[in-house]
Design a protein around this ligand. Structure first.
Ligand code: BEZ
Length: 392
């Protein structure tokens, strides 16, 4: 593993990097250089660790090789900061000469990454960020996602909440692409089913001063609340919602990031919360059980949705590389292999849409103890509409 974050870009360093790379890696020989661009600091730190753990687990299960090539890792902390994203992705592409970009978590950073990946033709696998644009207007032959679009869990929850008899709702989220798009997906399905939106509340990412907004929710008295928060912010929101005395008065729902990887820290405040996501605890399939056991043995931790998405990012890379025998310069063949693949994910097998986003079941889950227990499939084989994607 190489962590070059603070290394000055000297000629000597570049030469050393080139020598270490061995024969030109794009030819399909030598080590495959994987650039992990993830938020190793800030509110999404735990998500980054889980994604990397999952990715490495799959690679180690394949004997530390994908498509016949050993893997060498390069890492950049993107700090969930879109303003630094172009510089950060260029460190991996230009300095570290990576063959593939794996990242990231934050939608705003992912959009900047996808733009650079498209301009440079670098292969990119997005292991979390749901930015609709990545598999919408920014879609490309070389850009794939192993996770979800922000629209997907939101849209599924809109239908669930309407079916549960809620006539109106307040939404609350961070003001950035992930929050906006998750809420838009929710509103699309909820209003189609006759639901009304009382008010959309937002605060800047990654602010966690929720008090004034919780007071406003109490005054508005909606039937229910829909929310997108994740990571450290989700922990604080769920605790603050309960502490404000709202939990038993106004039902709280969300995209499943609200309670995934966060239950230890949320404790009793999360009990009973219902969320929608493309993963759940105790799916109890042979594939998921094997993944969970291997993850727990390796890391002494329970996996979450982020670990599973990291695992599947490596799995997708492996499928593409096997088809081109390790030669990432064969982009059309790499893409063709993934487009026809049935990816054997712990979440349940999925395929990719024409814009390279998973077509997948979205589960309704309910927190019981320390688990997001499966209630039912809320939306079967839900495909993001891929609006604005013109694949070239
Ligand atoms: C996003 O920014 O796309 C995102 C971040 C954390 C969890 C889910 C989505």
């Amino acid at each position: 593993m190489s962590l070059h974050r603070h290394t000055p870009l000297t000629i000597a360093a570049l030469l050393a990097t080139a020598l270490a790379a061995g024969p030109a890696s794009a030819q399909g020989s030598g080590k495959l250089r994987v650039g992990l661009m993830l938020p190793y600091s800030g509110t999404y730190t735990a998500l980054a660790t889980a994604i990397e753990n999952g990715f490495r687990l799959y690679v180690s299960e394949q004997g530390d090789k994908l498509g016949g090539r050993e893997i060498e890792y390069f890492k950049v902390d993107d700090e969930s900061d879109p303003a630094k994203a172009v510089d950060n992705v260029n460190k991996l592409i230009k300095r570290d000469n990576v063959d593939v970009l794996v990242g990231t978590v934050h939608s705003g950073v992912a959009m900047a990454m996808a733009k650079v990946a498209k301009e440079t033709g670098t292969l990119m696998i997005d292991p979390n960020a749901g930015a609709d644009a990545v598999t919408g207007p920014m879609c490309g032959q070389n850009i794939f996602r192993s996770s979800f679009s922000n629209w997907q869990p939101g849209y599924a929850m809109g239908a669930v909440m309407a079916k549960r008899g809620h006539k109106n709702a307040v939404t609350i989220t961070w003001k950035y692409a992930a929050g906006d798009e998750s809420v838009n997906g929710f509103k699309e399905a909820f209003t189609k089913a006759g639901g009304k939106i009382v008010k959309d509340l937002t605060l800047p990412f990654p602010n966690v001063e929720f008090q004034a907004l919780l007071t406003e929710i109490a005054a508005l008295k909606p039937d229910a609340v829909y929310t997108f928060f994740a990571g450290g912010g989700a922990v604080k929101f769920v605790k603050d919602y309960a502490a404000a005395g709202l939990k038993d008065k106004i039902p709280l729902y969300g995209a499943g990031f609200l309670t995934d990887g966060t239950l230890e820290a949320q404790g009793a405040a999360a009990e009973g919360l219902m969320t929608t996501l493309h993963y759940a605890d105790a799916l109890n399939t042979p594939r998921d059980n094997a993944f969970r056991l291997a993850y727990a043995k390796t890391y002494k931790l329970q996996p979450d949705v982020y670990a599973m998405q990291g695992y599947d990012a490596a799995q997708m890379l492996g499928i593409g590389l096997a088809a081109v025998r390790g030669d990432v310069s064969k982009k059309a063949e790499f893409a063709a292999a993934l487009r026809k693949a049935r990816i054997d994910s712990p979440r349940g097998a999925f395929t990719l849409s024409a814009s390279h986003n998973p077509v997948q079941d979205i589960y309704l889950r309910k927190v019981e103890g320390k688990e997001n227990k499966l209630v039912e499939v809320a939306s079967k084989a839900l495909a993001d509409p891929g609006r604005g994607c013109r694949m070239q």
